[in-house]
Design a binder for this molecule. Structure first.
Ligand code: G3P
Length: 222
């Protein structure tokens, strides 16, 4: 299973990369907005520079999202984003226009991530249009009392039934149990916020055991 980090923070990306468990990065406009100190001075060119910095840190797919709604505009922006670095994956919303853009990119050999996916049929369309990745948002479905991980299970089954190569990125991950469930279902990737990546390493029995080992080790002469 691959782990991506779901953030635009360079510090968090570096910290996760140091753990040796990082296979890629996903960003979106909201994650970019979080790291911008002065929005009035943040330009599209700053955004592209930021994506380039992420690509310098991680040798793996880096999703950069288009910020337009029309297919032609997504295509123009996506081609521009893809030119930043070979690892850039163009993230397009799963809309009718997004599908047109995904089809175009797939024919051009530009990798895509279909995002804001909330239904099995959206995921089926993403695969048929040639998306390299599909991102079901489990946390946001859970938020509205719908089974987010049930959607992942449906997508994995559908893709297996027909041999689609589109990789499933479990997104909108909120806690460690989402990661466990994603891996039990056989999702290809979980994109995880940095605090949750850290939580994966924690267990109270590890802490308690370590405390006792340290106390017992203290009797030894240095
Ligand atoms: O990868 C998608 C993710 O950034 C959305 O997460 O927590 O805003 O639903 P969240």
């Amino acid at each position: 299973m691959k782990f991506f980090i779901d953030t635009a923070s360079l510090d968090e990306i570096r910290a996760a990369a140091e753990l040796g468990v990082l296979d890629g990065v996903t960003t979106n406009p909201s994650l970019i907005a979080k790291i911008v100190r002065d929005p009035s001075n943040f330009t599209y060119s700053d955004f592209k520079e930021h994506i380039a910095k992420i690509c310098d840190i991680v040798d793996g797919p880096v999703s950069a999202e288009v910020t337009t709604l029309k297919a032609e505009e997504m295509i123009a922006q996506g081609e521009d984003l893809a030119a930043i670095h070979e690892n850039v994956v163009v993230k397009c919303p799963l809309t009718v226009d997004g599908l047109k853009a995904i089809r175009h990119f797939s024919q051009q050999g530009i990798r895509t991530n279909a995002t804001l996916v909330f239904s099995p049929n959206q995921a089926l369309l993403a695969a048929k249009a040639g998306a390299d990745y599909v991102s079901p948002f489990v946390g946001r479905l859970d938020d509205i009392s719908t089974d987010g991980m049930g959607l992942v299970e449906q997508i994995v089954t559908m893709y297996d039934n027909y041999g689609y190569l589109t990789e499933v990125i479990v997104a909108s991950v909120r806690h460690p149990q989402h990661v466990v469930e994603a891996s039990m279902i056989g999702a290809d990737i979980a994109t995880i916020p940095y605090p949750v990546i850290r939580q994966l390493a924690n267990h109270p029995l590890t802490d308690a055991g370590l405390k006792k080992f340290m106390e017992d080790a203290a009797v030894m002469k240095r």
